[in-house]
Design a protein around this ligand. Sequence first.
Ligand code: HEC
Length: 259
Amino acid sequence: MTSETNNSTFSSDWINLPSLNLTVKSLFTSYLLVIGLGALLASAQILMTHGMADGKIGLSVDDIVYSYHGDPKHSKIEIKLNGSMSDKASAADKLKIIKWVRNGAPEEQWNQQLKEVFYSNCISCHSTIPGLPDFTQFEEVKRVAKSEKGATASSLTRISHIHIFAISFIFFFNGMIFSLSVGIKQGLRIFIVSAPFFFLAIDVFSWWLTKIVPEFAWLTIISGIGYSLCAAITWFVSLYQMWVLPRNGKSYKVNAWQS
Ligand code: HEC
């Protein structure tokens, strides 16, 4: 081994996170910080889209079921009237809307009775705030009155492959950096660098399963927690070992990549 010879020109015992030079540490750190920001934004996006799918704040099994499997009994409008829009109309008016929606939202009744209900309760926002469906337009009411279909096969195919390719790269770079850590048992390191890829595959697979059988929604949640946890460990340990460990004055003479 080269490190044993005194006048050796190459020693590899600096190949570990605490011993890297500032250039490499800066590169790894900048990457980790920006990826961390991306993860926060992704969580916010998941909470706002899937998290609100059942009309209630926070991610739940129901959200996953509505997002991927859909719910033939519940239209978006009914879900919202039982959720974030529940304080926007009286119980009687909500019932009128829900009955009409379950009836297939026929246009004659809209003109005779429902238009009035929407005008007095909803359009102060739903015709003025950009991005919200405009409830002065029957077509836009009709669109949210349709029962939730869940994700389509074509949209799932598209997000599946983007998700797998993009996130694999993130896990790969996280794992590469983490593989330079010191003082962690080999078995644990192997688990932490490889498990995220399996969780990722299970995650995507579970979307398709949930589309068919809603009971599989819990698999989406477990795999999401699994890879988030692994990613968080690689993130914290890597930053800690680059910036905090070297400050205790000890030098780490080990090649973290050598078996
Ligand atoms: C004070 C303003 C306000 C009023 C009044 C209001 N909404 Fe909303 N509505 C919102 C906002 C903001 C959102 C987007 C956030 C959310 O989904 O909770 C929204 C979202 C919705 C959505 C989901 C739209 C989509 O495409 O995702 C539906 C359906 C809905 N509202 C129905 C209603 C109905 C029915 C009424 C009347 C009974 C109503 N809202 C009254 C502000 C309002």
